[in-house]
Design a protein around this ligand. Structure first.
Ligand code: PLP
Length: 458
Protein backbone atom coordinates (compact mmCIF):
# COMPACT_ATOMS: atom_id res chain seq x y z
CA UNK A 1 0.00 0.00 0.00
CA UNK A 2 1.51 3.32 -1.11
CA UNK A 3 0.65 6.38 0.93
CA UNK A 4 -0.43 9.49 -0.95
CA UNK A 5 0.51 12.90 0.47
CA UNK A 6 -2.35 14.49 2.38
CA UNK A 7 -2.70 17.96 0.87
CA UNK A 8 -5.78 19.10 2.75
CA UNK A 9 -7.12 17.93 6.01
CA UNK A 10 -9.82 15.36 5.33
CA UNK A 11 -12.04 16.89 7.97
CA UNK A 12 -11.83 20.34 6.37
CA UNK A 13 -12.69 18.93 2.94
CA UNK A 14 -15.60 16.96 4.37
CA UNK A 15 -17.00 19.97 6.23
CA UNK A 16 -16.89 22.25 3.17
CA UNK A 17 -18.28 19.48 1.00
CA UNK A 18 -21.20 18.78 3.32
CA UNK A 19 -22.02 22.48 3.44
CA UNK A 20 -21.83 23.34 -0.25
CA UNK A 21 -22.16 20.22 -2.33
CA UNK A 22 -25.45 18.42 -2.97
CA UNK A 23 -24.39 14.88 -3.94
CA UNK A 24 -26.19 12.50 -6.25
CA UNK A 25 -27.87 9.52 -4.59
CA UNK A 26 -26.79 10.60 -1.10
CA UNK A 27 -28.61 11.14 2.18
CA UNK A 28 -27.29 14.51 3.33
CA UNK A 29 -28.01 14.07 6.99
CA UNK A 30 -25.75 11.03 6.93
CA UNK A 31 -23.18 12.90 4.88
CA UNK A 32 -22.95 15.76 7.34
CA UNK A 33 -22.66 13.35 10.26
CA UNK A 34 -20.06 11.01 8.80
CA UNK A 35 -18.34 13.02 6.09
CA UNK A 36 -17.85 11.96 2.49
CA UNK A 37 -15.14 9.57 1.40
CA UNK A 38 -12.53 11.76 -0.25
CA UNK A 39 -10.87 10.07 -3.21
CA UNK A 40 -7.71 11.77 -4.35
CA UNK A 41 -5.83 9.54 -6.75
CA UNK A 42 -6.11 6.42 -8.89
CA UNK A 43 -3.84 4.13 -10.88
CA UNK A 44 -4.66 0.91 -12.73
CA UNK A 45 -7.41 -0.76 -10.70
CA UNK A 46 -6.65 1.09 -7.46
CA UNK A 47 -7.99 4.21 -5.76
CA UNK A 48 -6.47 6.16 -2.88
CA UNK A 49 -8.36 8.27 -0.37
CA UNK A 50 -7.29 11.46 1.37
CA UNK A 51 -5.91 9.46 4.30
CA UNK A 52 -3.63 7.52 1.97
CA UNK A 53 -5.64 4.28 2.15
CA UNK A 54 -5.78 2.26 -1.07
CA UNK A 55 -8.73 0.26 -2.40
CA UNK A 56 -9.30 -2.04 -5.35
CA UNK A 57 -12.01 -0.48 -7.45
CA UNK A 58 -14.23 -3.45 -8.18
CA UNK A 59 -16.75 -1.14 -9.88
CA UNK A 60 -14.59 0.80 -12.39
CA UNK A 61 -15.94 3.99 -10.82
CA UNK A 62 -19.58 3.80 -11.89
CA UNK A 63 -19.06 0.88 -14.33
CA UNK A 64 -17.11 3.10 -16.66
CA UNK A 65 -13.31 3.05 -16.31
CA UNK A 66 -12.93 0.11 -18.68
CA UNK A 67 -9.25 0.73 -19.51
CA UNK A 68 -8.31 1.39 -15.87
CA UNK A 69 -6.98 4.58 -14.29
CA UNK A 70 -3.81 6.50 -15.01
CA UNK A 71 -3.68 6.25 -18.82
CA UNK A 72 -1.23 8.99 -19.77
CA UNK A 73 -2.11 8.58 -23.49
CA UNK A 74 -5.65 9.78 -22.80
CA UNK A 75 -4.35 12.86 -20.99
CA UNK A 76 -1.96 13.44 -23.89
CA UNK A 77 -4.63 13.34 -26.64
CA UNK A 78 -6.88 15.58 -24.53
CA UNK A 79 -4.03 18.08 -24.16
CA UNK A 80 -3.22 18.03 -27.88
CA UNK A 81 -6.86 18.49 -28.80
CA UNK A 82 -7.31 21.28 -26.24
CA UNK A 83 -4.42 23.11 -27.86
CA UNK A 84 -5.54 22.50 -31.45
CA UNK A 85 -9.33 22.89 -31.28
CA UNK A 86 -10.68 22.91 -27.72
CA UNK A 87 -14.25 23.46 -28.78
CA UNK A 88 -16.36 23.74 -31.78
CA UNK A 89 -19.92 22.62 -32.29
CA UNK A 90 -21.47 20.23 -34.76
CA UNK A 91 -24.61 22.30 -35.43
CA UNK A 92 -25.53 23.86 -38.80
CA UNK A 93 -23.58 21.61 -41.16
CA UNK A 94 -20.31 21.83 -39.27
CA UNK A 95 -17.96 19.07 -38.24
CA UNK A 96 -14.37 18.51 -37.09
CA UNK A 97 -11.82 15.71 -37.58
CA UNK A 98 -12.08 14.01 -34.14
CA UNK A 99 -15.86 13.52 -34.37
CA UNK A 100 -15.60 12.22 -37.94
CA UNK A 101 -12.93 9.70 -36.93
CA UNK A 102 -14.89 8.58 -33.87
CA UNK A 103 -18.15 8.16 -35.81
CA UNK A 104 -16.39 6.06 -38.42
CA UNK A 105 -14.77 3.95 -35.69
CA UNK A 106 -18.07 3.37 -33.87
CA UNK A 107 -19.73 2.29 -37.11
CA UNK A 108 -16.93 -0.26 -37.58
CA UNK A 109 -17.43 -1.93 -34.16
CA UNK A 110 -21.22 -1.65 -33.80
CA UNK A 111 -23.56 -4.55 -34.62
CA UNK A 112 -24.02 -5.06 -38.36
CA UNK A 113 -26.00 -2.32 -40.08
CA UNK A 114 -25.63 0.31 -37.36
CA UNK A 115 -23.73 3.13 -38.97
CA UNK A 116 -25.18 6.47 -37.90
CA UNK A 117 -24.34 8.15 -34.60
CA UNK A 118 -25.31 11.33 -32.80
CA UNK A 119 -23.83 12.51 -29.51
CA UNK A 120 -24.79 13.69 -26.04
CA UNK A 121 -23.06 14.37 -22.75
CA UNK A 122 -24.41 11.56 -20.60
CA UNK A 123 -26.31 8.30 -20.75
CA UNK A 124 -29.43 10.05 -19.47
CA UNK A 125 -29.28 12.68 -22.20
CA UNK A 126 -28.69 9.97 -24.77
CA UNK A 127 -31.78 8.05 -23.64
CA UNK A 128 -33.78 11.26 -23.64
CA UNK A 129 -32.61 11.92 -27.17
CA UNK A 130 -33.65 8.44 -28.24
CA UNK A 131 -37.11 8.93 -26.78
CA UNK A 132 -37.43 12.09 -28.88
CA UNK A 133 -36.09 10.33 -31.96
CA UNK A 134 -38.62 7.51 -31.51
CA UNK A 135 -41.39 10.10 -31.61
CA UNK A 136 -39.85 11.79 -34.61
CA UNK A 137 -39.35 8.50 -36.45
CA UNK A 138 -43.00 7.52 -36.12
CA UNK A 139 -44.12 11.03 -37.05
CA UNK A 140 -42.05 10.76 -40.22
CA UNK A 141 -43.58 7.34 -40.88
CA UNK A 142 -47.06 8.85 -40.68
CA UNK A 143 -47.91 6.85 -37.55
CA UNK A 144 -48.14 9.60 -34.93
CA UNK A 145 -49.99 7.45 -32.42
CA UNK A 146 -47.10 4.97 -32.12
CA UNK A 147 -45.48 6.64 -29.12
CA UNK A 148 -45.66 4.60 -25.91
CA UNK A 149 -42.34 3.21 -24.74
CA UNK A 150 -42.28 -0.12 -22.91
CA UNK A 151 -39.58 -0.54 -20.29
CA UNK A 152 -39.07 -2.97 -17.44
CA UNK A 153 -39.03 -3.22 -13.67
CA UNK A 154 -35.49 -2.90 -12.24
CA UNK A 155 -34.38 -0.89 -15.31
CA UNK A 156 -31.94 2.00 -14.92
CA UNK A 157 -31.85 4.39 -17.85
CA UNK A 158 -30.73 7.60 -16.13
CA UNK A 159 -32.17 10.55 -14.28
CA UNK A 160 -33.56 13.14 -16.69
CA UNK A 161 -37.35 13.34 -16.68
CA UNK A 162 -37.72 10.84 -19.52
CA UNK A 163 -34.80 8.58 -18.57
CA UNK A 164 -35.99 8.37 -14.96
CA UNK A 165 -39.50 7.64 -16.25
CA UNK A 166 -38.15 4.78 -18.34
CA UNK A 167 -36.22 3.51 -15.32
CA UNK A 168 -38.04 0.86 -13.37
CA UNK A 169 -36.37 1.23 -9.98
CA UNK A 170 -39.39 2.41 -8.07
CA UNK A 171 -37.47 4.69 -5.68
CA UNK A 172 -36.63 6.91 -8.66
CA UNK A 173 -40.22 8.04 -9.23
CA UNK A 174 -42.13 9.40 -6.21
CA UNK A 175 -39.78 12.30 -5.30
CA UNK A 176 -40.30 13.74 -8.78
CA UNK A 177 -43.89 12.79 -9.63
CA UNK A 178 -42.75 10.35 -12.27
CA UNK A 179 -43.11 8.45 -14.53
CA UNK A 180 -44.23 10.81 -17.29
CA UNK A 181 -47.17 9.64 -19.38
CA UNK A 182 -46.26 7.45 -22.34
CA UNK A 183 -43.96 5.07 -20.46
CA UNK A 184 -45.08 1.70 -19.10
CA UNK A 185 -43.18 -1.05 -17.31
CA UNK A 186 -43.36 -4.82 -17.50
CA UNK A 187 -41.68 -7.59 -15.55
CA UNK A 188 -37.92 -8.10 -15.80
CA UNK A 189 -36.25 -11.37 -16.86
CA UNK A 190 -35.07 -11.82 -13.26
CA UNK A 191 -35.22 -15.56 -12.88
CA UNK A 192 -33.53 -15.82 -9.48
CA UNK A 193 -36.12 -13.55 -7.83
CA UNK A 194 -39.24 -14.19 -9.87
CA UNK A 195 -38.74 -17.50 -11.69
CA UNK A 196 -40.80 -19.50 -9.19
CA UNK A 197 -41.18 -23.08 -10.38
CA UNK A 198 -40.17 -22.30 -13.94
CA UNK A 199 -36.77 -23.20 -15.35
CA UNK A 200 -34.70 -20.25 -16.62
CA UNK A 201 -35.53 -20.82 -20.30
CA UNK A 202 -39.24 -21.14 -19.68
CA UNK A 203 -39.19 -18.08 -17.46
CA UNK A 204 -37.23 -16.12 -20.08
CA UNK A 205 -40.04 -16.75 -22.57
CA UNK A 206 -42.67 -15.79 -20.01
CA UNK A 207 -40.89 -12.50 -19.22
CA UNK A 208 -40.52 -11.69 -22.93
CA UNK A 209 -44.19 -12.46 -23.52
CA UNK A 210 -45.09 -9.90 -20.85
CA UNK A 211 -43.92 -7.39 -23.47
CA UNK A 212 -46.20 -8.98 -26.08
CA UNK A 213 -49.11 -8.90 -23.64
CA UNK A 214 -48.49 -5.21 -22.97
CA UNK A 215 -48.28 -4.43 -26.70
CA UNK A 216 -51.61 -6.16 -27.30
CA UNK A 217 -53.20 -4.45 -24.30
CA UNK A 218 -52.10 -0.99 -25.51
CA UNK A 219 -52.65 -1.81 -29.19
CA UNK A 220 -49.58 -2.19 -31.43
CA UNK A 221 -50.60 1.02 -33.21
CA UNK A 222 -49.83 2.89 -29.97
CA UNK A 223 -46.47 1.33 -29.09
CA UNK A 224 -43.33 3.02 -30.42
CA UNK A 225 -40.44 1.23 -28.78
CA UNK A 226 -39.16 -1.24 -26.24
CA UNK A 227 -36.10 -0.23 -24.20
CA UNK A 228 -33.85 -2.66 -22.34
CA UNK A 229 -30.33 -3.01 -21.03
CA UNK A 230 -28.87 -6.28 -22.41
CA UNK A 231 -27.97 -7.04 -18.76
CA UNK A 232 -29.82 -4.88 -16.23
CA UNK A 233 -26.93 -3.31 -14.33
CA UNK A 234 -28.03 -1.06 -11.47
CA UNK A 235 -31.11 -3.25 -10.98
CA UNK A 236 -28.71 -5.94 -9.71
CA UNK A 237 -26.87 -7.39 -12.73
CA UNK A 238 -29.94 -9.25 -13.94
CA UNK A 239 -28.78 -11.60 -16.67
CA UNK A 240 -31.66 -12.68 -18.88
CA UNK A 241 -32.15 -16.36 -19.66
CA UNK A 242 -30.93 -17.30 -23.16
CA UNK A 243 -34.50 -17.46 -24.47
CA UNK A 244 -35.36 -13.88 -23.53
CA UNK A 245 -33.79 -11.58 -26.11
CA UNK A 246 -34.55 -13.73 -29.18
CA UNK A 247 -38.21 -13.77 -28.13
CA UNK A 248 -38.15 -10.00 -27.53
CA UNK A 249 -36.77 -9.55 -31.06
CA UNK A 250 -39.50 -11.74 -32.54
CA UNK A 251 -42.22 -9.85 -30.68
CA UNK A 252 -40.91 -6.38 -31.50
CA UNK A 253 -40.51 -7.23 -35.18
CA UNK A 254 -43.97 -8.81 -35.33
CA UNK A 255 -45.68 -5.70 -33.94
CA UNK A 256 -43.35 -3.17 -35.57
CA UNK A 257 -41.99 -1.88 -32.27
CA UNK A 258 -38.50 -0.32 -32.30
CA UNK A 259 -35.84 -1.91 -30.10
CA UNK A 260 -33.60 0.30 -27.99
CA UNK A 261 -30.60 -1.46 -26.44
CA UNK A 262 -29.27 0.63 -23.58
CA UNK A 263 -25.57 -0.26 -23.80
CA UNK A 264 -24.40 2.32 -21.26
CA UNK A 265 -22.97 -0.41 -19.01
CA UNK A 266 -22.79 -3.39 -21.38
CA UNK A 267 -21.10 -1.48 -24.21
CA UNK A 268 -17.37 -1.37 -24.84
CA UNK A 269 -16.35 -4.83 -23.81
CA UNK A 270 -18.05 -5.39 -20.47
CA UNK A 271 -19.81 -8.60 -21.59
CA UNK A 272 -16.89 -9.89 -23.67
CA UNK A 273 -17.91 -8.40 -27.02
CA UNK A 274 -17.92 -4.76 -28.04
CA UNK A 275 -21.63 -4.55 -27.25
CA UNK A 276 -24.04 -6.53 -25.10
CA UNK A 277 -26.28 -6.70 -28.16
CA UNK A 278 -23.65 -8.89 -29.82
CA UNK A 279 -23.41 -11.13 -26.74
CA UNK A 280 -27.19 -11.61 -26.49
CA UNK A 281 -28.22 -11.65 -30.16
CA UNK A 282 -30.06 -8.33 -30.12
CA UNK A 283 -30.51 -6.43 -33.40
CA UNK A 284 -31.37 -3.00 -32.05
CA UNK A 285 -32.73 0.01 -33.92
CA UNK A 286 -31.07 2.34 -31.41
CA UNK A 287 -28.15 1.80 -29.01
CA UNK A 288 -27.38 4.07 -26.07
CA UNK A 289 -23.64 4.41 -25.43
CA UNK A 290 -21.76 6.27 -22.65
CA UNK A 291 -19.43 5.29 -19.78
CA UNK A 292 -16.89 2.94 -21.48
CA UNK A 293 -16.98 5.08 -24.63
CA UNK A 294 -14.38 7.31 -22.97
CA UNK A 295 -13.69 5.00 -20.01
CA UNK A 296 -15.12 7.86 -17.95
CA UNK A 297 -12.07 10.07 -18.51
CA UNK A 298 -14.30 12.77 -19.94
CA UNK A 299 -18.09 12.95 -20.33
CA UNK A 300 -19.49 11.72 -23.61
CA UNK A 301 -22.44 9.64 -24.78
CA UNK A 302 -23.66 8.47 -28.14
CA UNK A 303 -26.78 7.22 -29.85
CA UNK A 304 -26.16 4.66 -32.56
CA UNK A 305 -28.77 3.97 -35.21
CA UNK A 306 -29.11 1.64 -38.13
CA UNK A 307 -31.35 0.33 -40.85
CA UNK A 308 -34.62 2.05 -41.60
CA UNK A 309 -34.25 4.40 -38.63
CA UNK A 310 -30.95 5.74 -39.92
CA UNK A 311 -32.31 5.96 -43.48
CA UNK A 312 -35.42 7.80 -42.33
CA UNK A 313 -33.37 10.47 -40.56
CA UNK A 314 -30.85 10.76 -43.40
CA UNK A 315 -33.72 11.34 -45.80
CA UNK A 316 -35.96 13.44 -43.57
CA UNK A 317 -35.49 16.40 -45.91
CA UNK A 318 -35.64 18.90 -43.07
CA UNK A 319 -33.51 20.12 -40.21
CA UNK A 320 -33.62 17.88 -37.12
CA UNK A 321 -34.39 20.34 -34.36
CA UNK A 322 -32.30 18.70 -31.65
CA UNK A 323 -28.70 18.85 -30.40
CA UNK A 324 -26.55 19.82 -27.42
CA UNK A 325 -23.84 22.47 -27.24
CA UNK A 326 -21.45 19.64 -26.46
CA UNK A 327 -22.75 17.04 -28.97
CA UNK A 328 -19.58 15.48 -30.38
CA UNK A 329 -17.23 17.68 -28.33
CA UNK A 330 -13.79 17.53 -30.00
CA UNK A 331 -11.81 16.80 -26.82
CA UNK A 332 -14.23 14.08 -25.75
CA UNK A 333 -14.21 12.60 -29.26
CA UNK A 334 -10.40 12.52 -29.34
CA UNK A 335 -10.28 10.82 -25.92
CA UNK A 336 -13.00 8.34 -26.91
CA UNK A 337 -11.17 7.38 -30.09
CA UNK A 338 -7.85 6.83 -28.28
CA UNK A 339 -9.68 4.89 -25.57
CA UNK A 340 -11.13 2.53 -28.19
CA UNK A 341 -7.70 2.16 -29.78
CA UNK A 342 -6.20 1.21 -26.40
CA UNK A 343 -8.92 -1.40 -25.98
CA UNK A 344 -8.01 -2.82 -29.39
CA UNK A 345 -4.23 -2.64 -28.95
CA UNK A 346 -4.41 -4.44 -25.61
CA UNK A 347 -7.11 -6.90 -26.69
CA UNK A 348 -9.26 -5.92 -23.71
CA UNK A 349 -12.58 -6.91 -25.28
CA UNK A 350 -11.23 -10.32 -26.29
CA UNK A 351 -9.74 -10.76 -22.81
CA UNK A 352 -13.11 -9.99 -21.20
CA UNK A 353 -14.78 -12.51 -23.51
CA UNK A 354 -11.90 -14.99 -23.13
CA UNK A 355 -9.20 -15.74 -20.60
CA UNK A 356 -9.56 -12.89 -18.11
CA UNK A 357 -13.36 -12.93 -18.06
CA UNK A 358 -13.39 -16.71 -17.64
CA UNK A 359 -10.81 -16.47 -14.84
CA UNK A 360 -12.79 -13.77 -13.04
CA UNK A 361 -16.05 -15.72 -13.27
CA UNK A 362 -14.45 -19.02 -12.24
CA UNK A 363 -12.63 -17.51 -9.26
CA UNK A 364 -15.78 -15.83 -7.97
CA UNK A 365 -17.80 -19.02 -8.25
CA UNK A 366 -15.06 -21.11 -6.61
CA UNK A 367 -14.81 -18.67 -3.71
CA UNK A 368 -18.48 -17.89 -3.16
CA UNK A 369 -20.98 -20.29 -4.74
CA UNK A 370 -21.04 -22.47 -1.62
CA UNK A 371 -21.09 -19.63 0.89
CA UNK A 372 -24.11 -19.83 3.20
CA UNK A 373 -25.08 -16.22 2.49
CA UNK A 374 -24.73 -16.39 -1.30
CA UNK A 375 -27.80 -17.65 -3.15
CA UNK A 376 -26.34 -17.27 -6.60
CA UNK A 377 -23.16 -16.07 -8.27
CA UNK A 378 -23.90 -14.88 -11.79
CA UNK A 379 -21.97 -13.00 -14.41
CA UNK A 380 -20.73 -12.68 -17.97
CA UNK A 381 -17.33 -11.39 -19.03
CA UNK A 382 -16.31 -8.68 -16.58
CA UNK A 383 -19.60 -8.10 -14.79
CA UNK A 384 -20.85 -10.23 -11.93
CA UNK A 385 -23.17 -10.33 -8.95
CA UNK A 386 -23.77 -12.28 -5.78
CA UNK A 387 -27.29 -12.51 -4.31
CA UNK A 388 -27.13 -12.34 -0.52
CA UNK A 389 -30.08 -14.36 0.78
CA UNK A 390 -31.51 -15.44 4.09
CA UNK A 391 -32.39 -18.97 2.93
CA UNK A 392 -30.55 -20.48 -0.01
CA UNK A 393 -32.87 -23.37 -0.96
CA UNK A 394 -35.97 -21.16 -1.26
CA UNK A 395 -34.18 -18.03 -2.59
CA UNK A 396 -35.70 -16.14 0.37
CA UNK A 397 -34.41 -12.58 0.59
CA UNK A 398 -33.66 -10.66 3.77
CA UNK A 399 -36.07 -8.00 4.94
CA UNK A 400 -34.77 -4.94 3.03
CA UNK A 401 -34.95 -2.94 6.29
CA UNK A 402 -32.00 -4.95 7.60
CA UNK A 403 -29.76 -3.33 4.97
CA UNK A 404 -27.67 -6.47 4.45
CA UNK A 405 -26.20 -5.23 1.16
CA UNK A 406 -25.17 -1.94 2.77
CA UNK A 407 -23.60 -3.80 5.67
CA UNK A 408 -21.52 -5.85 3.26
CA UNK A 409 -20.61 -2.80 1.19
CA UNK A 410 -19.38 -1.04 4.32
CA UNK A 411 -17.17 -4.01 5.19
CA UNK A 412 -15.76 -3.71 1.68
CA UNK A 413 -14.94 -0.02 2.03
CA UNK A 414 -13.31 -0.66 5.39
CA UNK A 415 -11.21 -3.47 3.97
CA UNK A 416 -9.89 -2.01 0.74
CA UNK A 417 -12.50 -3.00 -1.85
CA UNK A 418 -15.17 -1.06 -3.72
CA UNK A 419 -18.06 -3.44 -4.28
CA UNK A 420 -21.54 -2.03 -4.88
CA UNK A 421 -24.76 -3.11 -3.21
CA UNK A 422 -27.84 -3.02 -5.44
CA UNK A 423 -30.43 -3.96 -2.82
CA UNK A 424 -28.80 -7.10 -1.31
CA UNK A 425 -27.07 -7.97 -4.55
CA UNK A 426 -23.32 -7.39 -4.38
CA UNK A 427 -22.01 -6.25 -7.73
CA UNK A 428 -18.59 -6.27 -9.36
CA UNK A 429 -17.51 -4.73 -12.67
CA UNK A 430 -13.75 -4.10 -12.45
CA UNK A 431 -11.66 -2.48 -15.17
CA UNK A 432 -11.18 -4.81 -18.15
CA UNK A 433 -7.44 -4.25 -17.75
CA UNK A 434 -7.35 -6.08 -14.40
CA UNK A 435 -4.69 -8.82 -14.13
CA UNK A 436 -5.07 -12.33 -12.72
CA UNK A 437 -3.19 -11.54 -9.47
CA UNK A 438 -5.42 -8.49 -9.03
CA UNK A 439 -8.50 -10.66 -9.61
CA UNK A 440 -7.21 -13.05 -6.92
CA UNK A 441 -6.85 -10.12 -4.53
CA UNK A 442 -10.28 -8.71 -5.42
CA UNK A 443 -12.07 -12.05 -5.03
CA UNK A 444 -10.24 -12.73 -1.75
CA UNK A 445 -11.41 -9.39 -0.37
CA UNK A 446 -14.97 -9.92 -1.63
CA UNK A 447 -15.16 -13.36 0.00
CA UNK A 448 -13.71 -12.00 3.23
CA UNK A 449 -16.24 -9.15 3.37
CA UNK A 450 -19.17 -11.46 2.63
CA UNK A 451 -17.98 -13.73 5.46
CA UNK A 452 -17.74 -10.73 7.82
CA UNK A 453 -21.31 -9.85 6.86
CA UNK A 454 -22.46 -13.40 7.59
CA UNK A 455 -20.77 -13.29 11.00
CA UNK A 456 -22.51 -9.98 11.80
CA UNK A 457 -25.87 -11.50 10.90
CA UNK A 458 -25.16 -14.37 13.28
N1 PLP B 1 -28.31 3.71 -18.81
C1 PLP B 1 -27.71 2.79 -18.04
C2 PLP B 1 -27.86 1.34 -18.37
C3 PLP B 1 -26.94 3.18 -16.95
O1 PLP B 1 -26.38 2.27 -16.15
C4 PLP B 1 -26.79 4.56 -16.69
C5 PLP B 1 -25.96 5.01 -15.56
O2 PLP B 1 -25.55 4.24 -14.72
C6 PLP B 1 -27.45 5.48 -17.52
C7 PLP B 1 -28.19 5.03 -18.58
C8 PLP B 1 -27.37 6.94 -17.25
O3 PLP B 1 -26.12 7.42 -17.59
P1 PLP B 1 -25.60 8.81 -16.98
O4 PLP B 1 -25.39 8.60 -15.52
O5 PLP B 1 -24.34 9.06 -17.76
O6 PLP B 1 -26.63 9.84 -17.29
Amino acid sequence: MTATPVRNSTKALQAADARHHLHPFTDHAGLAAKGARVITRAEGVRLWDSEGRSMIDGMSGLWCVNVGYGRAELAEVAKQQLLELPYYNTFFQTTHPPVVALSEKLASIAPAGMDLVTYAGSGSEANDTIAKLVRYFWNLQGKPRKKTIISRNYAYHGVTMQAASMSGLTAMHPQFDLPLPGVVHVEAPYWYAHGGDLGPDEFGLKAARAVEKKILELGPENVGAFIGEPIQGAGGVIIPPATYWPEIMRICRQYDVLVIADEVICGFGRTGKWFGSQTFGIQPDFMTMAKGLTSGYIPMAGIMMGGRVAETFRNAGEEIVHGFTYSGHPVAAAVALRNLEIMEEEGLVDAAGGEIGAYFQAKLRAALSDHRLVGEVRGVGMIAAMELVEHKPSHAFFDPKRGVGTLCRNHCFANGLVMRACRDVMVLAPPLSITKPEIDELVGLAADCIERTAVDLG
